[in-house]
Design a protein. Structure first.
Length: 147
């Protein structure tokens, strides 16, 4: 019997925890397994899931020809990647809105500053006009005296 056949034949025993759940079956992972784990930076975790969910994963995994744990790892990775992308999209959207509001505020301030500058220039021109008119009257008065 091949290793694969042996594994498959004992699958039900393992799933029911009839074998492999005692200390006599516990062993330190081989160097190859440890190297593979370290290489992929895999960390064992313990999580409680509904039995029906695990059965669903096992069914789906068997349809893809992989184990249910690698399938769960893929699904969790896809979910995390998707969530990170969503968070980045929302942050980019907020930044775009903030930029738009800042540009709008800057344009409003520039318009107000331009209006104030025009008022000031008009006032100076008016003042200069009064001064010029005064100078013209004074010059005209001098000319009358001379004439």
């Amino acid at each position: 019997m091949s290793d694969r056949e042996t594994i498959e034949s004992r699958k039900e025993e393992r799933n029911s925890r009839e074998s492999g759940a005692t200390e006599e079956f516990a062993a330190i992972a081989s160097d190859d397994v440890q190297a593979l784990t370290d290489k992929h930076l895999l960390q064992p975790v313990s999580i409680r899931l509904e039995k029906s969910l695990i059965e669903d994963f096992k069914l789906i995994a068997s349809m893809y020809g992989i184990g249910y744990q690698p399938l769960m790892r893929q699904i969790l990775k896809r979910f995390a990647d998707s969530e990170k992308k969503q968070i980045l999209r929302e942050a980019a959207s907020k930044m775009k809105l903030m930029r738009k509001e800042a540009l709008k505020e800057a344009a409003s301030k520039m318009k107000l500053m331009r209006k104030e500058a025009l008022k000031e220039a008009a006032s100076k021109m008016k003042s200069m006009g009064k001064e010029a008119a005064k100078n013209l009257r004074h010059l005209a008065a001098k000319q009358r005296k001379v004439a």
